[in-house]
Design a protein around this ligand. Structure first.
Ligand code: ADP
Ligand code: MG
Length: 251
């Protein structure tokens, strides 16, 4: 049986006294694909941010475990070094730091050893080719002047290069055309192995076309109100959340 990678236990969190997440429980094992869906403003990004220890959010109760270790008090840096990764819904522009320097520095920090530049360049070039990104982007300032799609591909490039244990992807398909979505979906497929897991926030089944979700969680108003298998993604994409809200009210 696969080993547990991440466990979120009775987690509540918020910002400035406003409660956003309410008693979230979630267990992700090695090799698994988890999808989280929910209406806008339901707390999806907040959940990923809290797992990543974004200091904007305050954990009011509950715990987070990584490989069985309680990481609830650890900083973002330390969590990243232990193998957590998050791609942002709205990636920031970072003038002055090139894509390849940014990724190499992050990788050196994470792996705590030097990474020979030639080997690194070869690897990043290969990954960029797979993602159908022009290799000139490696030398451009991170996300500066990138289109929405290029920013999202750059997030996937970071994931593939950093090789985290758990990759959390926050609407990495939003704003992507069909072809780019497929390329990102193939990137997720290339990444996934028995030694990692992915946690995907999305509204669309196209993103998980290349990997079958093991579990789908639906969050409404900060609570997980429904869980199911891969078929939930398509059902929600076509029917919305109304029926899930109704079910939750009748419980
Ligand atoms: P989702 O990603 O599901 O669309 P979010 O997690 O971004 O939802 O937001 C959930 C709720 O928490 C929303 O009502 C949002 O306005 C609020 N929220 C999230 N982050 C902040 C913040 N930094 N400051 C104030 N409110 C926030
Ligand atoms: Mg969001």
């Amino acid at each position: 049986m696969a080993k547990e990678l991440l466990r979120v236990e009775n987690l509540s969190a918020g910002v400035e006294g406003k409660e956003i997440l309410k008693n979230i429980n979630l267990t992700i094992k090695y090799g698994e694909v988890h999808v989280i869906m929910g209406p806008n403003g339901s707390g999806k990004s907040t959940l990923a941010n809290v797992i990543m220890a974004n200091p904007v959010y305050e954990v009011t109760s509950g715990k987070i475990f990584l490989d069985g270790e309680d990481i609830t008090e650890l900083s973002t840096d330390k969590r990243a070094n232990k193998g957590l990764f998050m791609s942002f819904q709205s990636p920031e522009e970072v003038p002055g730091i090139s894509v390849e320097n940014f990724i190499r520095t992050a990788k050196i920090n994470k792996e705590d050893k030097n990474i020979p530049i030639i080997k690194f360049k070869k690897q990043i070039e290969e990954e960029m080719q797979e993602l159908k990104m022009d290799s000139s982007y490696a030398e451009r300032y991170l996300n500066v002047g990138f289109s929405g799609g290029e920013k999202k591909k750059t997030e996937i490039l970071q994931m593939l290069m950093l090789n985290p244990k758990l990759a959390m992807l926050d609407e990495t398909d939003s704003g992507l055309d069909v072809d780019a979505t497929r390329i990102v979906s193939q990137g997720i497929e290339r990444f996934l192995s028995k030694d990692n897991a992915v946690f995907i926030i999305t509204h669309h089944q196209e993103l998980v076309r290349n990997v079958v979700p093991d579990f789908v969680h639906v969050i409404v108003d900060g609570r997980i109100v429904k869980e199911g298998d891969a078929s939930l993604v398509g059902k929600i994409e076509s029917e919305g959340f109304g029926w899930i809200r109704d079910e939750a009210l009748n419980d």
